[in-house]
Design a binder for this molecule. Structure first.
Ligand code: NZQ
Ligand code: ZN
Length: 390
């Protein structure tokens, strides 16, 4: 195991009706003037936004609001949010929604105290300082409620890029699984896929002897395989929703990734898909991940075999290739079972897009020609991986 530091100071409040403690939580973390930042309207329709405002009113905390965050959040609204916060002397950002609203909130939080263009942080510059961010989560998926990461799409070039810093890890996150019961099954499935992807990105490691985190990842994946279909079949299954919601946080706050190298090539390859086709991130991952595994397994057959046997229940008999292929087939079948797409075509893509996608993945926004993960892949490799999605 590699040396590591792990500091994950988010204060989690989990369970039914806990969103009514929003005011108390903002106060606890020193907020006096809040920007409530949310998406395209689900939180308005569900009445959540009104409950959050009531809670802030009761705690006598002033607020302004900015809605309209799109899935795959855009830079334009981030600039707008930064201007609004400066004008209104906002000192706390409260995200109400999913990964997109949370990521946009983190970008605003980092941009407000920074003199330059916030996009610098999504092009390699480290975030040193940010306003505190709190979240009220409405979809179990991205894990942004417990992570120091944020992903934004720059409308100038449509580059989808991420940043990571302790400075933008939420100070608190309120997780009420009931809030996720209004999700359409497709979005629920996208979330489950993203949670699985965050775990597998960490499973694909080149660090030996990481038994504890391997077992954590396997356990969480098995929980998703068990609980995922229950939430698809019965959207108001509170216990399934609760298990998925907590798994989503644990999959991505990096407790499963400490002390080991991680992959993330699939995420980079997927981000090109959600940038170009504006598909849901989870749907893009459902198409990307099986193709990627099929391309890279020879790098470490023992690890991929372990994945097939322990996670997908493939009998530990016969040659590596057949065991691994069966594991990938079972992974695909699971994704299909929960309603995820299987091909690039289902996302709106065609073979003609592959050159552009691959070029943007390895050279876009100043990249140097390779993605460095479990394996190092160049433009030709990435084209081959996209071809496996046809
Ligand atoms: O915008 P509204 O109207 O709220 O609708 C949203 C949106 O259309 C809807 N929704 C959310 N909660 C709902 C609901 N509809 C009904 N009932 C509810 N309770 O679901 C749609 C998707 O929302 P979004 O926030 O986009 O989903 P998600 O949490 O999957 O976030 C995706 C974004 O996170 C990024 C992705 O790339 C993508 O841009 N990621 C962020 C990460 C991070 N910060 O650590 C890591 C991830 O790997 C990921 O890349
Ligand atoms: Zn993801």
């Amino acid at each position: 195991m590699n040396n590591f530091t792990f500091y994950s100071p988010t204060y989690f409040v989990f369970g039914k009706e806990e969103e009514n403690r929003a005011g108390e939580m903002v106060k606890r973390f020193g907020g006096t003037k809040v920007l409530i930042h949310y998406g395209g309207g689900s939180v308005v329709r569900s009445g959540l936004l009104d409950r959050v405002k009531k809670s802030l009113d009761e705690a006598q905390i002033a607020y302004v609001e900015l809605g309209g965050v799109k899935p795959n959040p855009r830079s334009g609204l981030v600039y707008e949010g930064i201007d609004l916060c400066r004008k209104e002397n906002v000192d706390f950002i409260l995200a109400v929604g999913g990964g997109s609203s949370i990521d946009s909130s983190k970008a605003i939080a980092a941009g407000v105290p920074y003199d330059g263009d916030f996009w610098d942080f999504y092009s390699g510059k480290k975030i040193e300082k940010a306003l505190p961010v709190g979240t009220i989560l409405t979809i179990a998926a991205a894990g942004s409620e417990g992570s120091g990461d944020s992903v934004i799409t720059n409308e100038n070039g449509m580059y989808k890029r991420g940043t990571g810093s302790e400075a933008i890890r939420p100070v608190f996150s309120i997780l009420n699984p009931e809030l996720t019961e209004t999700l359409p099954p497709y979005q629920t499935a996208c979330g489950i896929t993203d949670i699985c992807a965050h775990l597998i990105e960490r499973y694909l490691t080149n660090t030996p002897d990481v038994v504890t985190t391997d077992r954590q990842i396997e356990g969480l994946l098995l929980a998703m395989i068990e609980e995922g279909p229950k939430a698809i079949d019965k959207p108001d299954d509170y216990e399934a929703r609760a298990n998925i919601m907590w798994a989503g946080m644990m999959a991505h706050n990096n407790s499963c990734g400490v002390g080991r190298s991680q992959d993330w090539n699939s995420h980079e390859i997927e981000h090109e898909l959600s940038a170009l086709y504006d598909c849901a991130h989870g749907a893009g991952l459902a198409v990307t991940f099986p193709a990627y595994l099929g391309y890279v397994w020879k790098h470490d057959p023992a690890r991929l075999r372990q994945f097939a046997v322990r996670v997908w229940g493939v009998p530990d008999e016969g040659d590596d290739e057949s065991v691994i292929n069966e594991g990938i087939a079972r992974f695909r079948a699971f994704l299909k079972r929960i309603g995820m797409p299987q091909t690039l075509g289902e996302l709106g893509g065609t073979e003609a897009d592959i050159d552009k996608l691959a070029h943007s993945a390895v050279y876009g926004n100043g990249r140097g020609g390779k993605l460095y993960g479990f394996v190092h892949v160049d433009e030709e490799d990435v084209k081959n991986i996209y071809r496996l999605m046809l």
